[in-house]
Design a protein. Structure first.
Length: 280
């Protein structure tokens, strides 16, 4: 009953909890005009019914997240470090990525998957406890026969294995799905901005920045555009919440038919100084 009640509360108030834990502060157009303009541009490009609530995290590490349960109840939060280090087109790429999570209903999907994973862990724990106490009571009623004891022991071992493996397998599936949705959000961001290099350069800067995200934790890490707890690795593990950043950048560079040198292009007249693609 407690788990079900907590799941309902998490579904309707989980976004507020995430934002509170992350130290997010809601801002208006007067507070952050460029950020608000970019969010409005991406909202129009995505065809969403309303502009998500905009938040800022007073963190030096560049990162961003989206949360909520549907486009009508969604929020986008970016760190102060992201706004300071990224130019407008790179910021469009990041906001487009988070807007993709909202348009693709990833924010609801992740909530529902998290609830299901929690229920699997709860059922596995219940099964383990039931088999343990049920076996003990059965031995007391049956007088402790050797055949019954052996069957109870085998059943207890199977229950223990399932109780350990089921939640781990559920979490592995959750993280695998999360990694696939990150690739989809990158592709959708390119659709919205028409500019793969903007997001590629943004991911390059985010991955290269050494500043830690102080308020991040394991419960919220999967919501960020890049894992705030671990830097990019060459290989992806089954319990990683994000695909390796370098692989995501490589896909975006292939979309742009560009090489790695495009990540550091700062010459005048480069795409960074062009009009915002999301507004076209």
């Amino acid at each position: 009953v407690v788990a079900i009640l907590w799941s309902v509360i998490g579904y309707y108030s989980g976004d507020k909890m995430v934002l509170a834990v992350s130290g997010a502060r809601r801002v208006t157009h007067a507070d952050e005009p460029q950020l608000f303009n970019v969010v409005e541009e991406m909202t129009i490009a995505a065809g969403l019914p309303q502009v998500p609530a905009v938040y800022v995290l007073d963190e030096a590490a560049p990162n961003a997240l989206a949360t909520g349960r549907d486009p009508q109840h969604a929020s986008i939060a970016v760190t102060r470090g992201l706004m300071e280090r990224l130019d407008r087109e790179e910021l469009q790429g990041v906001v487009g990525h988070e807007m993709a999570h909202i348009r693709n209903y990833d924010i609801r999907f992740e909530t529902l998957v998290g609830i299901l994973v929690g229920l699997i862990a709860l059922i596995a724990d219940f099964f383990l406890r039931w088999s343990f106490w049920g076996g003990m009571s059965g031995r007391r009623r049956g007088g402790g026969g050797s055949g019954g004891d052996q069957a109870s022991a085998i059943f207890a071992v199977i229950s223990l294995v399932l109780a350990l493996v089921a939640p781990a397998a559920a979490y592995a599936v959750q993280f695998a799905v999360s990694r696939r949705r990150e690739y989809l959000a990158d592709a959708t961001a390119v659709e919205l901005t028409r500019n793969p290099l903007g997001l590629a350069r943004a991911l390059h800067k985010i991955a290269a920045d050494p500043a830690p995200l102080r308020r991040a934790n394991r419960a919220t890490a999967h919501m960020y555009i890049a894992n705030p707890l671990k830097k990019a690795k060459q290989a992806s593990g089954v319990f990683d919440t994000h695909p390796p950043v370098q692989q995501r950048i490589a896909v975006l560079l292939a979309m742009a038919h560009a090489g790695p040198e495009a990540l550091t292009a700062e010459a005048a007249g480069s795409p960074q100084s062009s009009p915002p693609n999301g507004a076209r």
